[in-house]
Design a binder for this molecule. Structure first.
Ligand SMILES: [Zn+2]
Length: 414
């Protein structure tokens, strides 16, 4: 048992499910002069104001003085593609010249250039290369991270990426949740029909056999996978016991959000082109979290997703980095929060909930992660900041002093 004491203020959402609508403003508390008690399994056994907690927990000898810093829950980054090989800064420059996502893809850039590099690498090489991004994320306050495959596009290479993602967790101490995104694009050597057969009959059985991923994701969008194809792949994955996530309504409004709700997907992600009907479908859905990726919108020079409209309609909104070498080369959740406030008119409280508890719900971890509460995993971050708003306001600069994962200080020193 140990006690983290002398926390000037602790700010956390409350609950074990995603918060929606005005719950994203109301279900958040500030505890002044706070203390957190953590057991040897890294679980919070008590949290509250110092006076009452110290009285109740006499006899615990290990005390950590948090020196008057401010505590927030660790970020749950629920959408990343952080296993890959090779960087694509050339495309970043092409975009500066005004070339579109589709133009870059037809010039040999995009997903296929990453696929080339991944197919020539081993799981060990990939984990060695990609671990730095995950290490950065941990030092920037992310304590749980979803990682998707999707740059292999063959049974062998997709499995290699998923093994690499697991290895990165072991190397860095980051908690990783793995998603199989074989349906990220169609590889050059196959037709659409051939590849969908491969996904269902070769890749999926291998992912299941090797327990390589918990979620199945599909890039449901114009030029990638149609709604009918998405439904077929997701239903096969569900029958095999997997949970679903979807890339939806990013490049074109194809009804992906409504499809995600219909499929019982844990999230519908991107949503730059979501329709009013899509917003209504997500607001009605009990499970599907609207996951917005503002760094990507900025990088592809798109208008942001209509977060305000979604929150007012009663959707549960999460934000994530979408860390990937093409359209969002950032593992910084604090930047996503700043952009949520600046570009999507979210309040700092809503952005924090979106980056923690609602992110946890988007990867089915809301009962154990995403808030600093009794019974949850002790994942929290100590900041040298005067208020929550300051986190969004101090753009692109981290004021983190220490990151605590499973009750242990894993980055920075007090
Ligand atoms: Zn993505």
């Amino acid at each position: 048992m140990k006690i983290y004491r002398n926390i000037s203020a602790l700010i956390t959402p409350l609950g074990k499910t995603a918060l929606r609508g005005d719950g994203m403003r109301k279900n958040i508390v500030t505890v002044k002069d706070a203390t957190i008690v953590v057991n040897d399994d890294g679980i919070i056994t008590d949290v509250g104001s110092e006076k009452e907690i110290l009285e109740k927990n006499k006899g615990i000898t290990e005390e950590i003085d948090c020196k008057g810093l401010l505590a927030l829950p660790g970020f749950v980054d629920s959408h990343t593609h952080a296993v890959f090989m090779g960087e694509r800064s050339n495309e970043f420059c092409m975009r500066a010249e005004g070339r579109s996502y589709q133009e870059i893809a037809s010039a040999g850039g995009g997903i296929h250039s990453s696929v080339e590099q991944v197919r020539h690498a081993s799981a060990k090489e990939i984990s060695q290369y990609s671990q730095k991004f995950v290490r950065n994320a941990l030092s920037l306050g992310t304590t749980t991270m979803e990682i998707k495959s999707g740059y292999g596009l063959s049974a062998e290479s997709e499995i290699t990426l998923l093994h690499a993602a697991k290895r990165i967790g072991e190397l860095t101490g980051m908690e990783i949740v793995r998603t199989w995104l074989g349906a990220h694009a169609v590889p050059k050597e196959k037709t659409q029909t051939e590849y969908i057969e491969e996904l269902i009959n070769e890749q999926l059985p291998r992912v299941i056999k090797e327990q390589a991923a918990e979620f199945c994701d599909v890039f449901c969008d114009e030029g990638y996978f149609t709604n009918e194809e998405t439904e077929r792949i997701c239903n096969a994955a569900k029958r095999a016991g997997m949970k679903i996530k979807l890339h939806a309504d990013e490049l074109a409004g194809t009804g992906g959000a409504a499809l995600a709700a219909k499929l019982g997907s844990y999230s519908a992600d991107h949503l730059l082109k979501i329709s009013n009907a899509g917003i209504v479908a997500l607001a009605k859905s009990e499970r599907t979290v609207a996951t917005l990726l503002p760094i990507t919108a900025m990088c592809i020079r798109s208008p942001y997703a209509p977060a305000r409209k979604m929150i007012e309609a009663g959707c549960a909104v999460a934000i994530a980095t979408d860390c990937n070498p093409g359209s969002s080369m950032s593992e910084n959740m604090q930047l996503a929060i700043s952009l949520a406030v600046i570009g999507m008119q979210m309040l700092p409280e809503e952005a924090l909930i979106a980056a923690t508890l609602n992110g946890a719900a988007a990867i089915d971890r809301a009962t154990t992660h995403g808030s600093i509460e009794k019974g949850k995993i002790a994942d929290f971050v100590l900041y040298d900041i005067p208020s929550l708003s300051y986190l969004a306001y101090h753009i692109g600069v981290s004021d983190i002093v220490t990151v605590v994962k499973n009750g242990k200080m894993v980055s920075g020193i007090l």
